[in-house]
Design a protein around this ligand. Structure first.
Ligand code: BGP
Length: 470
């Protein structure tokens, strides 16, 4: 195993516009789908203030720099730049990201910018979001505005964050807008359309001859059979097909392998549906696969699969009450607990070797990948705040285990160039609110004060020495 991270390895912190910025009606920002969703009666929280990054970004960047952090994932809020999603550009929105990007650079915290992190402008969302093919053209137009304005300084761009989460949470689990459950055909169509949008934006970026690199951020989840039984193996294979392989094929092979296509069609038939490929789509995917510069890999967890032949049944644990999750999908399988594997309070299995296996798989199955950034990894935890001190030792242990598997993958030839912990500071958690904390920096959401957690001090030592210190 490698003993040390390379000198140019990025030790970053990740954020996303809606989860940190707040200021949702300031400076001409239009509404996004999450504003509307979290304002419905009964909602337990909203994003109006979040971590107040819109006003506190200078403090956060100064803090980052002090703690050895040399990269930050931010996303641009589409509805700050183009408030209606299409049409007029909002100069005040451009000005905000100009200031933010300049501040990152001044602090030597390199910005890694995602164009879309779940927050489609409300009008486009109501018109069908990514199921409406016109959204693709609007996204390309918005990307162009971003590249024209920030492409001189930003050298790392991601088209999307986690299309699988949008598809799965919005159309299968139902805990993201539009809160549809069990509609696997729509989930697949959304993923395909987003892959086409991604491809078109990659091609646009390359045509503009800018100096940086462009990729996509996927959440990749290991899918392990709970036993050696062929039917459990099949369940793991099917879940993997939807969550991982379908979109990795699109991005890095520029097509869906015959096996991928056939299996996805079988899943769709079991769910009474199909998906549609439009004229020119496959040409777009093929072109972009030749040009994509990196894979941003988010890895939190793996799942253990058992065969299941009943109707779909899901309960999402959005409260941190351990052991309350149910996830069983018709035509695929059931995610079950593995007594040998610890979980978080939100029932996410802690399985760091799954990250190693996924990294090795990328190298094996997609040999044209150029480099990988771990774009998110981290642990949701109910931190205790005592006299300004936060002892989050379990989070340190979690990150440390993942770091050691990254070093092992690097030693085994995978080109991993950076790691962005989720999250830089505590943020709004999409379907869990403010009590599921991930940050290196604790945020008191009443005062918006920041406090470094024990993990921040530990992360600083690793970033400075490049060694996996204890
Ligand atoms: C990823 C998202 C992040 C973040 C993280 C933690 O899927 O890209 O935005 O939210 O998951 O998820 P959660 O807050 O649901 O625990």
């Amino acid at each position: 195993m490698e003993e040390k991270f390379a000198e140019d390895f990025i030790f970053g912190g990740a954020t996303a516009a809606f989860q940190v910025e707040g200021a949702t009606s300031e400076d001409g920002r239009g509404p996004c789908c999450w504003d509307e969703y979290l304002k419905r009666p009964g909602s337990r929280f909203n994003g109006d203030m979040a971590s107040d990054f819109y006003h506190k970004y200078k403090d956060d960047l100064e803090l980052s720099q002090k703690f050895g952090i040399n990269g930050i994932r931010i996303s641009i809020s589409w509805s700050r730049i183009i408030p209606q999603g299409k049409g007029a550009v909002n100069q005040l929105g451009i000005n905000f990201y100009d200031r933010l990007i300049d501040e990152c650079i001044q602090n030597n915290v390199e910005p890694f910018v995602t164009l879309h992190h779940f927050d489609t402008p409300l009008g486009l969302f109501e018109d069908g979001d990514w199921l409406n093919r016109e959204t693709i053209d609007h996204f390309v137009a918005y990307a162009k505005v971003c590249f024209e304005n920030f492409g001189d300084r930003v050298v790392k761009w991601a088209t999307f964050n986690e299309p699988w989460s949008i598809a799965q949470n919005g159309y299968i689990i139902g805990n993201f807008p539009p809160n549809v459950q069990y509609d696997i055909p729509k989930a697949v169509q959304i993923m395909h359309n987003m892959m086409v949008a991604h491809a078109k934006v990659v091609e646009l970026y390359k045509s503009m001859n800018l100096k940086g690199e462009i990729g996509i951020v996927h959440t990749l989840e290991g899918k392990c059979p709970i036993s050696d039984k062929p039917e459990d193996k099949r369940a793991a294979y099917l879940d993997d097909m939807l969550a991982n392989r379908f979109m990795l094929d699109a991005c890095f092979k520029g097509k869906y392998d015959a096996e991928t296509l056939q299996t996805v069609e079988e899943i769709l038939t079991a769910n009474d549906g199909s998906f549609k490929v439009f004229d020119g789509d496959m040409e777009s995917l093929a072109a972009a696969a030749k040009h994509i510069d990196f894979l941003g890999m988010n890895y939190y967890s793996s799942h253990f699969l058992q065969a299941y032949d009943g109707e779909s049944k899901i309960h999402h644990n959005g409260t941190g009450e351990k052991g309350t999750s149910i996830f069983a999908l018709k035509g695929i399988g059931a995610r079950v607990s593995n007594s040998a594997v610890e979980t978080t309070d939100w029932d996410w299995p802690i399985y760091p070797q799954g990250m190693y296996e996924m990294l090795m798989r990328i190298k094996r199955d997609y040999p044209n990948y150029k480099k990988i950034y771990i774009a998110e990894n981290g642990m949701g935890y109910k931190d205790d705040f005592e006299d300004g001190k936060i002892d989050d030792t379990p989070r340190i242990e979690y990150i440390k285990k993942h770091f050691s598997y990254i070093l092992k993958a690097i030693a085994d030839g995978v080109n991993v160039k950076g790691y962005y912990v989720w999250s830089l500071m505590d943020v709004l958690s999409w379907s869990n609110g403010y009590n599921k904390r991930y940050g290196l920096f604790y945020v008191d959401f009443n005062t918006q004060e920041r406090y470094p957690k024990k993990s921040a001090y530990w992360f600083k030592k690793v970033a400075e020495t490049k060694h996996l210190v204890s």
